[in-house]
Design a protein around this ligand. Structure first.
Ligand code: GRF
Length: 224
């Protein structure tokens, strides 16, 4: 008897804004670079560009507007409900600008992946490009990491390093960092779907090897 081909991995993407990382992952799925499908894009803000992008790609969208809930807990309960409707294998935070409750993070432990525009553990939180410039850093970049209860503190999966140029400002730096985001995020999602990534006792593993604190670190030359 022939076995049925496995269904593509079910990906839910949470966004708050432009959705360019979501689009990079969607395009990688469409090109069959990975065996996955974005089954829903959920935004905590109505009328953001990322929702339009998703609709153009034919992806189901949903809005769970955080301003409609009295507490963080209540918002997260409703977000969980919206996510679970789609039975995801992986939940991706792609520019999702909300602090999640410990209950939320525990529920999806090992299946929740975020992108953060700095070489974590440097510059957790906001305004990362400005902070890297003000510190006179010669290297900046972006990290994809598993989410833990510690904000921007879960174990790193992959980083892209971006050189800081003498005439950079926060915007020029951000543009070059984003170009790398669109490369490394689909790579990390593909690895996850292939079962090559896991989080065990707070550490990230790739092909059963514990990753270094940086995660796999790629320079632009090695991933272009
Ligand atoms: C990205 O720069 C990401 O690193 C940060 O938020 C931004 C989201 O961009 N967390 P987009 O919505 O994917 O275009």
């Amino acid at each position: 008897m022939k076995s049925e081909p496995a269904e593509p991995a079910r990906i839910v993407v949470l966004i708050s804004g432009s959705g360019s990382n979501m689009q990079a992952i969607a395009e990688s799925c469409i090109k069959k670079e990975m065996d996955g499908e974005i089954v829903a894009v959920i935004s905590n803000r109505p009328a953001v560009a990322g929702l339009d992008r998703a609709e153009k790609l034919g992806i189901a969208t949903d809005i769970v507007d955080h301003t409609e809930f009295a507490s963080r807990e209540e918002f997260d309960v409703n977000l969980i409900r919206a996510i679970d409707e789609h039975s995801p294998d992986i939940i991706i935070l792609a520019g999702f600008m909300r602090i999640l409750t410990p209950d939320f993070v525990r529920r999806y432990k090992g299946k929740l992946v975020n992108i953060h525009p700095s070489l974590l553990p440097k510059y957790k939180g906001l305004n990362t490009h400005k902070r890297a410039l003000e510190a006179g850093d010669k290297k900046h970049g972006v990290t994809v990491h598993f989410v833990s209860e510690d904000l921007d503190g879960g174990p790193n999966i992959i980083q892209a390093v971006v050189p800081v140029l003498d005439d950079d400002n926060a915007q020029t730096l951000q543009v070059r960092v984003q170009a790398q985001e669109h490369i490394i995020f689909p790579i990390a999602v593909k690895w996850f779907i292939e079962g090559r990534l896991s989080m065990i006792k707070g550490d990230a593993y790739f092909d059963n090897q514990a990753l270094p604190e940086t995660g796999l670190q790629l320079s632009p030359e090695s991933i272009s």
